[in-house]
Design a binder for this molecule. Structure first.
Ligand SMILES: [Ca+2]
Ligand SMILES: [Ca+2]
Length: 194
């Protein structure tokens, strides 16, 4: 199980973090030799979900030879909150030839909640939880969530990706707040691997 506070850290996750760290080092070394910047995009979303502390405001995506990195900024991320359950889903489209996104990384937005990566077909989960390296880090002080999906998860020959992001707040089950980045099920432009 993957949790955002590391209280339960199985061997698989430790290996994942090590692999991500190794990837980051490799990318840095490459960067000094050939300073090709990661292909990067930053996308804003309006304050249109003010009923939730986690109103989605900005998503930054960096796609290079290391892990795909996303930073999701919300209005007021809290480590613990009586605001009730809220979650974040990031769908990643890795293949133009398959309809819709191919991966989904989902996480809760309170410290210690689970996160998991699965394959998707037609926006729905189509696999068990994947064992390749990926991570979610909640940073309440900065009001951001940092997500990483390693190259083995994306597929080694994946040269372009696009992402869709949804915040889902169920504090009041009769009035769930859903905040997509942009329009419902819309994605960022395709980002070439930098
Ligand atoms: Ca918003
Ligand atoms: Ca696809």
């Amino acid at each position: 199980m993957h949790t955002t506070d590391g209280r339960t850290t199985p061997r698989r996750r430790r290996r994942g973090i090590a692999a991500l760290a190794a990837g980051a080092v490799a990318a840095t070394a490459l960067g000094t030799a050939a300073p090709a910047a990661a292909e990067r995009g930053s996308y804003t979303d309006p304050a249109d979900a003010t009923a939730s502390l986690n109103d989605l405001r900005r998503v930054t995506v960096a796609h290079n030879d290391g892990p795909l990195r996303l930073r999701v900024r919300v209005t007021d991320l809290r480590a613990t909150s009586d605001g009730g359950p809220a979650g974040l889903s990031v769908w990643v489209d890795t293949d133009r030839s398959t309809r819709g996104p191919d991966l989904r990384l989902g996480t809760g937005l309170q410290s210690g909640t689970d996160y998991q990566l699965v394959r998707t077909t037609g926006w729905k989960p189509s696999s068990e939880v994947l064992t390749c390296p990926y991570s979610v880090r909640l940073r309440p002080v900065k009001d951001v969530v940092d997500l990483r999906i390693s190259r083995p998860c994306l597929g080694g020959d994946t040269d372009e990706v696009r992402v869709a992001v949804l915040m889902d707040d169920r504090f009041d089950p009769s009035h769930p707040v859903r905040d997509w980045l942009g329009a419902r099920r819309s994605s960022t432009p395709w980002l070439d691997r930098g």
